[in-house]
Design a protein. Structure first.
Length: 315
């Protein structure tokens, strides 16, 4: 999948391939064949819903649990017109939850996110995840905003709950074409100033930063009393060194290269990754941030379920 699909909403990708199933829309490898970002977002959410008989999370899909008789002054948008057709009486749908949440999506679009040992780059995975979360949140009447960054803010969309907001979110996500290096989390201090109302902050990135600097930036993001969720996205090869022989390693942020034997690095590399992720988890736990490690081969329903769990805890 390209991160630059059609800029028009609701335009399905034209392809001779078979139509994706609900399960396909949760599989990153299958999603790589779909070029329309809106189709991906809607498909992921529908696939997620398809796997749940009834969501245990309050407000999911704006389901309603009961009815009451219509009273003067009630919003006609909440009338169950199908029930009216059967009983000739007006009834109002009573929703499980009608609370509004401000969801702030913060996506790392720096050069290191271009890593791809398999079909998907980390940035493509992150874009699909952000688009899916935006669509899911908007179906719950939540306000959704987006900030894209490398070493500076690339694009910022203020949170809104309007149905057209999905297109406003997808447009900058689909237009990503310049990936600058980002070796410091300083830009997150700027992002923190763009979130005036308390809400749920979702960060998506690989977080190749100095741990002390990152901790300070995350602490700044928490100043407004936000709840936070951090999706730590890595390529499978970054998690486990499965290659052999002489290998040229290139730092995507700096361009520096070294040539060495992968076999000599394997055991120490795995230990280093485990220690790094343990430090990330400890840092997040200390700031009351939910830490979720992800691989670009992980299905997206896990991330959506984690988001819903966080939302239900807030309301």
């Amino acid at each position: 999948m390209s991160v630059r699909p059609s800029q028009q909403p609701a335009v399905a990708a034209k392809s001779a391939r078979r139509q994706p199933t609900h399960t396909d829309f949760l599989d990153p490898a299958a999603l790589a064949t779909v070029e329309d970002l809106e189709l991906v977002a809607r498909g992921v959410v529908e696939g997620f819903k398809h796997g749940m008989h009834r969501s245990p999370y309050v407000g999911f899909s704006i389901e309603f649990s009961s009815h009451r008789q219509y009273l003067p002054g009630d919003d006609l948008r909440h009338v169950n017109w199908k029930l009216y057709g059967r009983q000739d009486r007006l009834y109002i749908k009573q929703y499980d939850a009608e609370t509004n949440l401000d969801l702030y999506l913060i996506v790392d679009a720096s050069r290191s996110m271009l890593m791809a040992s398999q079909r998907l780059t980390k940035i493509t995975y992150g874009v699909m995840l952000a688009a899916s979360l935006a669509h899911l949140a908007l179906t719950q009447r939540d306000a959704v905003g987006l900030t894209l960054h490398s070493n500076k803010i690339i694009d910022h969309v203020k949170p809104r709950a309007h149905p057209e907001q999905l297109f406003e979110i997808l447009l900058p996500l689909s237009r990503l074409d310049s990936f600058e290096p980002c070796e410091s989390p300083r830009v997150l201090h700027e992002v923190a100033e763009l979130m005036p109302r308390r809400g749920l902050v979702v960060l998506i990135g690989d977080f190749f930063f100095d741990m002390e600097e990152l901790s300070k930036a995350l602490e700044h993001l928490k100043v407004g009393g936000h709840d936070m969720l951090l999706f730590h996205v890595l390529d499978p090869l970054e998690q486990e060194l499965t290659i052999s022989g002489n290998v040229r390693f290139r730092d995507l942020e700096t361009g520096r290269e070294i040539i060495t034997r992968a076999d000599d690095l394997r055991s120490g590399y795995g230990t280093a990754v485990e220690q790094w992720r343990a430090q990330m988890r400890k840092c997040c736990n200390g700031l009351d941030i939910d830490y979720v490690p992800l691989s670009t081969r992980d299905r997206l329903d896990r991330a959506l379920a984690t988001y819903l769990a966080n939302r239900s805890e807030m309301y």
